[in-house]
Design a protein around this ligand. Structure first.
Ligand SMILES: [Zn+2]
Length: 255
């Protein structure tokens, strides 16, 4: 536990055992008080898992060291990723791609193009497992073994940057990743470009209001679920134009 939230999670975690101990000892404790403490605990855990930037379970990169970090999750995708790369190249911009391991293995040429054009690649789970944060340490480790092997085979080295699927990070996720030397990457801006109602203009507007030195923007270069087309790909030229207008440099994270 490294943050005030982490301390609060730990402190409120005593409510359950306290209630059990008091019951066994025949001590009457105010049910409402214990119930409230338990509710607070559950809420804090949910916040801590959903927001790695709160650093409840370990450190995270929550600010770009220089310029603005545009990050693209869920690829590489043979349709959308080349469009993203073309748009970035047109502006001389660099970005960071958090790739799904099995998609990396399926599209090695695309992954090599990302690296060759000066962008960073990080890991985003072997599959895009929606229950990733609930997996055991052994399951997480097996998933990361597959990712490491694919990154080494295709790109020559294991990933140093990591963002878990869905962005949720439980204590085992943080611990297993850290043991392999992976840095957990959070975000400052999440315009929800994969949602069915997202459009290029709504995404560009949401991102624009959050652009400042050190921002980390979470976009997608592949679709998940029923949406066929992440709106962030269409919004990218406008976002790059806005960055240039404000003198903010889009840079790859160093991993
Ligand atoms: Zn994702």
């Amino acid at each position: 536990m490294t943050s005030p939230l982490g301390t609060a999670v730990w402190a409120t975690s005593v409510s359950g055992p306290l209630a059990l101990g008091a019951t066994l000892a025949g001590v009457q404790l105010p049910v409402l008080l214990l119930g409230s403490a338990l509710l607070v605990h559950v809420s804090l855990v949910a916040a801590a898992v959903a927001c790695p930037s709160l650093e409840a379970f370990g450190p995270a990169i929550k600010r770009a060291p220089r310029g603005v970090a545009l990050t693209f999750d869920d690829g590489p995708d043979p349709v959308h990723t080349p469009r993203v790369l073309d748009a970035l190249a047109a502006r001389g911009a660099k970005a960071t791609f958090f790739v799904v391991g099995e998609r990396l293995a399926a599209h090695p040429g695309l992954a090599r193009r990302i690296a060759a054009e000066g962008h960073a690649l990080g890991a985003h789970g072997w599959t895009h497992d929606p229950l990733y944060a609930l997996r055991s340490r052994a399951q997480l480790s097996a998933s990361m073994d597959l990712e490491d092997a694919a990154h080494v085979a295709i790109l020559g080295r294991p990933p140093r940057l990591f963002r878990p699927p869905i962005g949720v990070a439980s204590p085992p996720v943080v611990e297993v990743a850290r043991a392999r030397g992976r840095a957990l990457v959070a975000w400052t801006s999440r315009p929800r470009d994969g949602r069915a109602d997202a459009t290029a203009s709504t995404v560009a507007r949401r991102v624009s209001s959050t652009l400042r030195d050190g921002a980390i923007v979470l976009l997608h270069d592949a679709a998940m679920g029923r949406r066929a087309h992440p709106a962030g790909v269409d919004a990218l030229p406008t976002i790059l134009e806005e960055l240039a207008r404000r003198g903010l440099e889009p840079r790859a994270l160093e991993g």
